[in-house]
Design a protein around this ligand. Structure first.
Ligand SMILES: [Zn+2]
Length: 485
């Protein structure tokens, strides 16, 4: 045993000294990083061994598949799933191959191509000829609902909410709802159909379920013209809310349909009409993890978060004032649950943002009122009054100071400015009166120009000249000028 142990140690030592020696060129396959190149070489090595030797599958399969996925998608896996020097040594020892020989191994380009070629093109376009997304690449959006029927990957058309599954065998997207297929089968003069009976008459190829499913979709997307449509549209919003509540209880469409019939008395067309509205389809898009029960709080949180965000988006577009209760109600939970998953923060942020925007709007209104008031004061020669302005603004100084301290400052500055202007206007007016008075006195032949005489002639108060030194300077200068002449 000791002998074996020593041999083992020797090998480890040799492997590391080989890796660390200066002569070893790093493995590099063009177009790939050194790490990916090493992984590709490793995959090729395993691939070769598989041709000649039995490989215990459980040991390699996950590891091997993960490595392939990591090359294809650039995914990084948990530490124990990555190729480490230890994994590499262990594998080489298992097959009794020297590290140096592994290094010498040449990977044929056909093998690299083989790994590359299976890369799946995730993008796709809607196949419904009536859809806006028809023929436009990238309209399909990945849906988080796990496996639906036999499709591992599911996408939803952003424009018309049709559901698509990816068929791995021929690398194409297929319409899961089969609406397009059904529509094609029964598309003769559908638009002109005015009565449901006529529709049923020309569509005996489909089962009742599929037919009603199709009618609901066609009605909702105005692809058939049935007069009775108004009946289905009645109380649509309320019906959507009711249906959402049912969706919470079940995942299967047939079961939902029968629940709607039992609880609300809906007929099939009614049900499918509501079911195919954009609102419900979007909701399903976030809601249905069809093959798994949502019991993990983390998953639920992700779903609820998406719902909250989508709801906020809707409400903000409609410019309605938000409250926590409203958002909780909108996604059919209560405020307590909203808090439990820490989602109240998103809502509170949105509320604050909305408040901020509201305050900005309010501010703009206040500014207009202040401007008008100041303009009137100057025109009417009235001193601005803070009691009057706050009354005009419909608020009090204290509230204003709390919400818009800058508006309080603005009012103060404007008042000072207005008082300044009014004062200057007043002095200018007095100056004109004094000027007229002085020239009148002189013209009358009086050259004794006492202030009292001038005041009397100008009909101004006796103390004006004492109160406003600027006026006195003006009067003195004016007297001098007149006497000179
Ligand atoms: Zn579409």
């Amino acid at each position: 045993m000791s002998h074996e142990k020593i041999e083992e140690q020797k090998r480890i030592y040799n492997d590391w000294s080989f890796l660390l020696s200066q002569q070893v060129e790093p493995l590099k396959i063009s177009g790939y990083s050194i790490e990916d190149s090493l992984v590709i070489k490793y995959l090729y090595f395993i691939h070769q061994q598989k041709q000649t030797e039995y490989i215990p599958i459980p040991f390699f399969r996950d590891f091997y598949n993960n490595l392939i996925a990591s090359i294809r998608k650039g995914n990084k896996f948990k530490k124990n799933r990555n190729l480490t020097p230890i994994n590499l040594f262990r594998t080489l020892r298992y097959f009794n191959v020297e590290l140096q020989d592994f290094y010498k191994l040449q990977v044929p380009s056909s093998f690299i191509e083989k790994i590359k070629e299976k890369t799946i093109d995730e993008s796709g376009d809607c196949l419904a000829p009536w859809c806006e997304g028809f023929g436009k690449n990238g309209t399909l959006k990945k849906a988080e609902m796990g496996r639906v029927s036999n499709y591992k990957r599911v996408s939803i058309c952003e424009k018309c909410n049709l559901m698509y599954g990816y068929n791995k065998k021929n690398n194409t997207w297929e319409n899961i709802d089969k609406i397009i297929q059904d529509y094609k089968v029964s598309s003769q003069n559908l638009y002109g159909i005015k009565k449901l009976d006529d529709f049923y008459k020309c569509n005996n190829l489909l089962s009742d379920f599929r037919m009603n499913f199709l009618i609901g979709y066609l009605l909702n997307h105005s692809l058939i013209n049935i007069m009775e449509i108004n009946e289905f549209k009645r109380n649509l919003h309320q019906k959507q809310v009711q249906l959402k509540k049912l969706i919470f209880k079940t995942k299967s469409v047939p079961y939902l349909r029968s629940m709607a019939r039992e609880q609300y008395g809906w007929n099939d067309i009614n049900f499918f009409f509501v079911y195919h509205t954009t609102e419900i389809q979007r909701y399903l898009f976030f809601d249905l993890k069809r093959d798994r029960k949502i019991n993990k709080s983390k998953e639920l949180k992700i779903i609820l978060k998406k719902r909250v965000e989508s709801f906020l988006d809707d409400i903000l577009k409609k410019n309605r004032l938000l409250t926590l209760e409203m958002v909780a109600q909108g996604i059919d939970i209560n405020v307590k649950t909203l808090r439990k998953y820490g989602l109240n923060e998103i809502v509170v942020n949105a509320i604050n943002q909305q408040k901020g925007e509201q305050l900005l709007e309010e501010k703009a209104k206040f500014k207009i009122i202040i401007n008008d008031y100041i303009k009137n004061c100057i025109e009417d020669n009235l001193r601005p009054n803070s009691r009057v302005i706050y009354k005009l603004l419909g608020t009090t100084y204290i509230t204003m100071k709390k919400n818009h301290p800058d508006i309080c400052d603005l009012i103060k500055t404007n008042f000072n400015m207005t008082n300044g202007i009014l004062h200057t206007n007043m002095l200018n007016e007095y100056k004109i009166k004094y000027k007229v008075a002085i020239s009148k006195i002189i013209n009358e032949g009086n050259f004794k120009l006492a202030y009292s005489r001038i005041n009397k002639e100008a009909q101004l108060g006796v103390d004006y000249l004492r109160r406003y030194p600027e006026l006195r300077v003006f009067v003195d200068t004016e007297i001098k000028n007149c006497l000179k002449q």
